[in-house]
Every structure is written in structure tokens, then in C-alpha cells.
Design a protein around this ligand. Structure first.
Ligand SMILES: Cc1cc2nc3c(=O)[nH]c(=O)nc-3n(C[C@H](O)[C@H](O)[C@H](O)COP(=O)(O)OP(=O)(O)OC[C@H]3O[C@@H](n4cnc5c(N)ncnc54)[C@H](O)[C@@H]3O)c2cc1C
Length: 472
């Protein structure tokens, strides 16, 4: 096996696609614990279905927004490669805006527009009347303009919604098409193995290689009659672990990434009838490390608007899998460094109140009433009977704590354990960065394994750069 990928979410499948399409590696495999792809955080119901490109995310600095934009656009360029019917299942055009309510927020948003609009030319500054034209339920209350000062930055129509579950399925289909009928450098047919319902138990380095021990996942029988049984172990030249929070668990069980702890932050959602036409984000409270709530049409539930996510500290590595509590305890690695980060968070009154409020958002009866107050910032006329807790929705963002620096990390982490073995942990916006992170891992793989890598084709197809060959 040349490259083995652990985890069939949107990140693992994005890497599978890039390896298949842009290299000539002979044998690539992806191992996924569940019987289907993308059933954890990349599932359509687990996340906010957004391509975060930095224009309406007020928790991003300009520098972060520009770097996210380049990676985010890779999804849009990728979608251009798809047949129209597949593309329409993966990415969706909608209007989007970030809304400021009250004098202070409006002033801050106006300033942000001055700073960001030269880099995001599609941005429009929307006063109350324009907001009413785009999103009547946001700007009007009982048919009259709502009383508070309002301002928004809007982007009229762009690919901004995404079904990461469908995207993962399309990556695998595209990977299969790229490999089928092609030959590797050595002359043999290239092979792509997808091992579903299979759990990676252990990875053991053996010289320059890695012995990967596999086991069927209990309760995930996928083998059809006559189908080949999954092997018990594989020997791989390069292993990339894209197993979400479980990447950290696996890394630490091998003695890597021990300076990290994990704080799982679950996000829940609420449904209402069709109240919004596009995505409406709210301004970030700078004191809070978690993104503010938003509302948008659910790409899988026509006629329904989804509000959220909340941010609940939950002692589970996987939402709705209580047994992952024990795994959480193993990656928490509670010590004075972790306690000091928790203390830093709890010391700030805004964060303390926010954590408490988010706990109450999970209490039946109370939760709808409390969430209504927050959601009314977006839709002032929302009624209690409009709001329904989205049962079974929402995933867990594995936020890491860097114990050496005693701080909560907000972005993703890649733990380069040793040459040929990397563990990726991807909280939000991990879906947006799937192709970008895969391109980074692909560079390292191509360099180490010395395979052919059509870097120019990747730059042209995924970054939208002009083709040098065509120009010549
Ligand atoms: C509430 C919420 C909202 C979000 N909103 C957005 C958003 O709008 N935009 C955005 O860009 N991102 C968003 N994110 C983040 C995004 O969902 C994740 O970053 C992304 O899905 C991560 O993909 P992944 O492939 O790394 O992980 P996952 O999708 O979790 O996949 C990991 C896979 O690894 C498998 N696995 C684990 N252990 C093993 C093992 N031992 N053997 C084999 N397989 C294993 C799992 O079964 C799983 O399928 C959100 C997250 C949450 C929780």
C-alpha cells in the first residue's frame, strides 16, 4: 500500500481524490469505521453547511480571512469539474449577509466594510431598506422597519452553502474515475481500496513502513455475499489520519501530540419554517472564543430554516455516541495546564455566562424559550411556536488546548508524528479547508514517496490559476 487514509469524512475523501487525480501512486486505500462515508462531523445534519470564505465571518481577522478565502474557493473550483446534477447536490448558491444590530455593532461593521471590501469586491453595504429587500423577516417587524439601528454586509449570490456529506461521496466517485483504467509508474494497474465498516485499531512503525491493524466495526456489517473480506492488517508506506477528534486519540496512544488536550464543543440547531432566503450571520462578540449564531435555509430540508449552532461543552468525542465519554477522558489529559486554560475561560464573565446559557439551551422546555431570545436578534418577529429543537442534529468541534502555551486553539491542528505519519484534527472550518489541507498533505507525500505529482494541474483546477502549459 502506498498511502493509507484513516477516516472517510470530507477531509479523508478530499485527500483520496487529490492522490487519485494528481499522482500516479499505484495503491491508495481509505479506511472508514462506519458502513457509510461522512457520518460524523461531515454529515449534512452535523454542521452548518457553509463554505466559510472570510467575508461575513467577523471572528476572522483580514489575514485569516484571506488565507481561508483561497482554500474555500478550492471547493467552488472543484465543483466546476463535476457534472451539473452532481454539482447541484454538493454546492448551492444563496445570498448571504452579516448583520449588525445597534449603534456599536453598526459602527464596527461599517469600519470592517472599509477594510475588507477591497479584498472582497462582491461585498455590498446594506442599510435597513436594502436589508428589508433582501431579507424582509430580518428588517421588518409586523410589516414596519424594526426600531434598532441595522446595517449589514451582503454578498448577493455565490456558492456559499455546501452538503459536505455529498461532497465526500463525490470525492470518492471522482477518485475512482481518476484511477480506473490508468497505470502506475511501474506499469501495473492502479488500485483504490475503500474499506468501510472497518476500524483502525493500531498503527505501528516498522522501519520506513507502517503496520496498520484493522478490525470490522461491531454492528457495521458491510460485506455483501461474495464480497472480499477486509484484510486484518495492511502495510503502508505513508499514513494520513483524518479521523476528527479520534486523530488525537490515536496520536496520543502512540505517544505523539501529548502536549494537547481536547475540549469538545458540541453545536445544536433549531428549525423554523421558511423565514430566511439566504445565510444571515451575526456579529461576533470579541470576548467569546466560539462563533456567534446564524440562520440559513437547510440544504437538505426544503422550506425550513436552521438556526444555530449553540456551543455546549460536552464530554464526548462523538455526539450521540455515549461510549465516546471514555475516549474523551483519555484525550482530556487533565492537569494544571488544562485547569489553568479552563480558569482563564471561566474568569471572563461573558464566557462564563455564555457557557451557562449554552448548557440551558439543552434543557427541554427551557431551551426553546431561551434560544428564541437570541434568534430574535436575526428575526425579530419569530414566535415560540415557530421554533423546534433539531433533534439528532449537530456534531462536536474538537477544540484543542495547547498545554505548553496554556491556551485554547481555535483552528485546526496537524500533528506531524514522524516522516510518513500525520494526524489531522479539524474543528470548524475544517470542511471548508478540506481540499487545502489535502493539498498540503499531498505535497509531503509526493516529496517523501517520490511519485509523479501533477502540481500544475492541481493549481489550475483547484486554485483556478492559469495553466502554464496552455499559455506556452
Ligand atoms: C456544529 C458544527 C458546525 C460546523 N459548521 C461548519 C461549517 O459551516 N463549515 C465548515 O467548514 N466546517 C464546519 N464544521 C466543521 C466540519 O464539520 C468539520 O471540520 C469537518 O466535517 C471535519 O471533517 P473530517 O473528515 O476531518 O472529520 P469527520 O467528518 O468527523 O470524519 C472523521 C471520520 O473518521 C472516522 N474514524 C474515526 N476513528 C476511526 C478509526 N479508528 N478507524 C477508521 N475510521 C475512523 C469517523 O467514523 C469519521 O467518519 C462544523 C462542525 C460542527 C460540529
Amino acid at each position: 500500500m502506498d498511502v493509507l487514509i484513516v477516516g472517510g469524512g470530507v477531509c479523508g475523501t478530499a485527500l483520496l481524490f487529490e492522490l487519485a487525480r494528481y499522482t500516479d501512486l499505484a495503491r491508495i486505500a481509505l479506511v472508514e469505521r462506519y458502513a457509510e462515508l461522512a457520518q460524523v462531523n461531515s454529515r449534512a445534519s452535523s454542521n452548518s453547511q457553509t463554505i466559510h470564505c472570510g467575508d461575513i465571518e467577523t471572528n476572522y481577522t483580514l489575514e485569516k480571512a484571506l488565507s481561508v478565502k483561497r482554500t474555500a474557493e478550492m471547493i467552488v473550483h472543484y465543483a466546476d469539474l463535476l457534472e451539473p446534477d452532481v454539482r447541484e447536490r454538493c454546492v448551492f448558491r444563496t445570498p448571504k449577509m452579516v448583520l449588525a444590530v445597534g449603534e456599536a455593532e453598526c459602527a464596527a461593521l461599517r469600519e470592517r466594510f472599509q477594510q475588507f471590501s477591497p479584498h472582497f469586491p462582491a461585498m455590498e453595504l446594506l442599510e435597513k431598506e436594502q436589508i428589508a429587500a433582501w431579507e424582509p423577516n430580518v428588517a421588518l417587524l409586523n410589516g414596519q422597519p424594526r426600531p434598532e439601528p441595522l446595517l449589514a454586509i451582503g454578498i448577493r449570490s455565490t456558492y456559499t452553502a455546501v452538503d459536505y456529506e455529498q461532497l465526500a461521496a463525490s470525492f470518492v466517485d471522482q477518485a475512482r474515475t481518476a484511477v480506473d483504467g490508468t497505470t502506475a509508474a511501474g506499469g501495473g494497474a492502479r488500485q483504490l481500496d475503500l474499506l468501510l465498516g472497518t476500524t483502525v485499531r493500531r498503527i505501528t512503525p516498522e522501519g520506513d513502513l507502517f503496520r496498520v491493524q484493522l478490525a470490522p466495526t461491531p454492528g457495521c456489517g458491510t460485506a455483501q455475499p461474495g464480497e472480499r473480506q477486509a484484510p486484518r492488517e495492511l502495510l503502508a508506506r505513508h499514513v494520513v489520519v483524518n479521523a476528527g477528534a479520534h486523530s488525537l486519540l490515536m496520536a496520543q496512544s502512540m505517544g505523539y501530540g501529548l502536549h494537547y488536550s481536547c475540549l469538545p464543543v458540541a453545536g445544536s440547531f433549531y428549525f423554523t419554517p421558511d423565514l430566511l432566503r439566504g445565510k444571515v450571520y451575526t456579529l461576533q462578540n470579541d470576548k467569546l472564543p466560539f462563533a456567534a449564531i446564524h440562520g440559513d435555509p437547510d440544504v437538505r430540508a426544503p422550506g425550513q430554516t436552521r438556526f444555530g449552532p449553540t456551543a455546549l461543552l460536552l464530554p464526548l468525542l462523538e455526539r450521540y455516541r455515549p461510549a465516546s465519554f471514555w475516549e474523551f477522558l483519555r484525550v482530556l489529559r487533565l492537569d494544571w495546564a488544562v485547569l489553568s486554560v479552563l480558569w482563564q475561560l471561566l474568569r471572563v464573565a461573558d464566557i462564563r455566562n455564555y457557557i451557562l446559557r449554552n448548557l440551558l439551551f439543552e434543557v427541554p422546555w427551557l431551551r426553546r424559550r431561551l434560544f428564541l431570545a437570541d434568534a430574535r436578534k436575526i428575526v425579530p418577529g419569530m414566535r415560540l411556536e415557530d421554533l423546534r429543537f433539531a433533534k439528532g442534529f449537530g456534531g462536536v468541534r474538537p477544540q484543542l488546548i495547547d498545554k505548553r502555551q496554556r491556551r485554547l486553539m481555535l483552528g485546526e491542528a496537524s500533528i506531524p508524528a514522524r516522516p510518513g505519519l500525520v494526524f489531522n484534527v479539524t474543528p470548524s472550518p475544517g470542511g471548508t479547508c478540506c481540499l487545502g489541507n489535502a493539498a498540503r498533505d499531498l505535497e509531503a507525500i509526493a516529496e517523501r514517496l517520490g511519485c509523479r505529482f501533477d502540481r500544475e494541474r492541481l493549481a489550475c483546477e483547484l486554485y483556478g490559476e492559469p495553466s502554464l502549459t496552455a499559455a506556452a
